[in-house]
Design a protein around this ligand. Structure first.
Ligand code: P53
Length: 476
């Protein structure tokens, strides 16, 4: 009987802005996450013009991982984590983004954090840009529309890679870079790139321009990062939402193939070092022109990633004649409900087999290692009178997904580095800014309005996941 490899990286994942808080501590600058208000399912988060009086900004304190990281890492170690994925808040290192020298206090914070992880033999897995670019770069330079931002990002990235060269081996450049393909939904463009595409003369063209800058920046970081430490594993990261054809009608099938181009484009460049063939005729058809410098082709070629990090939460079914616009959160252009699967309270369709499908799809396409760096079930948890949290629904979700993940590795031969469920410590929801949409094995006592003691409690899933890791996924 084949099993998962014994070096398989079990762990958990978060992002700095969703857990750390301490938004103005240690010399940190204002990030784009600091100007996002709270929303709810169906209620968009507002993007305010700076930090304004009279608004509640859930990421300012978040779960206060900044103040609790030692206690939290101890709990991760108790679960047996082999790795922990977090991001570095760019604004702790370069508060405005365009300074000449980094902020030493910010660098020290991550030294301490990584040391604490290494003390328990937990491998840090670090995202360089997870929806938290400096607000100043948005105001002053127009975010990633401006080619100058490539230099600022590369400087920041190489500064931290140099500093943590002996502490961190696994890196990723941009979190879910492909979210912004849904350029009509302001939150995605803003969090990926500091741009609200709807406000631009040609939103779609602007999105591709921004993405081009990021792909070049990513490739530069991969290329130069390998010079800092040839042992680095530097990956890309994409939101993997497979879009099934709703039926075997050839029109639905072809519609889904085209819809998947939109999702693959980013990974295709990261992994193959050049734009895929389907891009050029599409840009021509749509009259899109992207400014590129002569050296870009070479940079992209020289900055091929070592692995593909992916988030997997759901699949969607698409129909050629559905004429649905879709916001890219719980639906995509042409999305129709899939009658074979259920959805979460936030409309995210629950499809464990879709994870096996996603892994096959990506591995067949790229043939380089994959890393599931997000997966999980956002749900409302109830604290019982005795203080316990019996999150069987979460266990059920994760169990079913791990089963399918194992099939992909053991039966289909997919090379998978590890699995880090999202929000292992309860954190602020990205799409809604809520606290009550929880993913964690560890409960954080805090509500949507910011009330609560921040006390940490082990949920039932904590003990379950500990066993999963202990048995390398044999006991589910
Ligand atoms: P929240 C859509 C599809 C898959 C992943 O989201 C997605 C999205 C939304 O872009 O985003 C990731 O907290 C993202 C995390 C985020 C997580 O999903 O809204 O990388 O930052 O927290 C879960 O439930």
């Amino acid at each position: 009987m084949r099993t998962l490899p014994k070096e398989f990286l079990w762990g958990g994942a978060v992002a700095a802005h969703q857990v750390e808080g301490g938004w103005d501590k240690g010399g940190k600058g204002v990030s784009i996450a600091d100007v996002l208000t709270a929303g709810a399912h169906g209620v968009d988060r507002k993007i305010t013009d700076g930090v304004l009086e009279g608004y509640y900004y859930p990421n300012h304190e978040a779960s206060d991982f900044y103040g609790h990281y030692k206690e939290d890492i101890k709990l991760f170690a108790e679960m047996g984590f082999k790795c922990f994925r977090t991001s570095i808040a760019w604004t702790r290192i370069f508060p405005n983004g365009d300074e000449e020298f980094p902020n030493e206090e910010g660098l020290r914070f991550y030294d301490d954090l990584f040391n604490e992880l290494l003390k328990y033999h937990i491998e840090p897995v670090v995202t360089l840009s997870h929806f938290e670019m400096p607000y100043h770069l948005v105001k002053r330079y127009g975010g990633w529309k401006n080619r100058k931002v490539i230099d600022f990002f590369v400087k920041y990235a190489l500064t931290v890679m140099e500093r943590y060269r002996d502490k961190v081996k696994y890196w990723m450049t941009f979190n879910e870079i492909n979210n912004q393909k849904n350029y009509k939904y302001p939150l995605f463009g803003y969090t990926c790139s500091g741009v609200i595409f709807n406000q631009e003369a040609n939103p779609e063209e602007c999105m591709y321009q921004v993405v081009h800058h990021e792909l070049v920046a990513s490739a530069l970081v991969v290329r130069e990062g390998h010079k800092i430490n040839p042992g680095f594993k530097i990956g890309c990261m994409m939101a993997c939402v497979p879009l099934y054809p709703y039926s075997c009608n050839p029109d639905d099938m072809m519609f889904s193939v085209e819809a998947m181009h939109d999702r693959f484009l980013f990974g295709d460049v990261h992994v193959r070092g050049k734009y895929p063939s389907y891009v050029w005729p599409e840009w021509e058809r749509r009259g899109i022109h992207v400014e590129m410098e002569p050296e870009d082709e070479r940079i992209l070629r020289e900055g091929i990633v070592d692995y593909v990090g992916l988030s997997y939460y759901m699949t969607n079914a698409v129909k050629a004649d559905a004429s649905v616009e879709g916001n890219g959160v719980d639906g995509f252009p042409g999305s129709v409900p899939n009658p074979y699967v259920k959805a979460s309270d936030w409309g995210w369709q629950i499809d464990p087999v879709g994870l096996r499908y996603a892994l096959n799809l990506l591995y067949e396409r790229y043939q380089i290692p994959l890393f599931i760096v997000e997966n999980g079930f956002g749900a409302i948890d109830k604290v019982e009178e005795d203080g316990s949290i019996r999150d069987d629904y979460r266990i059920e979700y994760l169990r079913a997904h791990i089963q399918e993940m194992k099939k992909a590795v053991i039966e289909d031969g997919v090379d998978l580095l590890g699995y880090t469920p999202w929000g292992c410590l309860d954190c602020v929801s990205f799409t809604t800014g809520e606290m009550k949409k929880r993913y964690g094995f560890i409960y954080v006592d805090k509500d949507n309005d910011g009330n609560g003691s921040l006390k940490r409690t082990r949920k039932k899933s904590f003990y379950w996941y500990k066993k999963v890791i202990e048995t390398n996924g044999e006991e589910l």
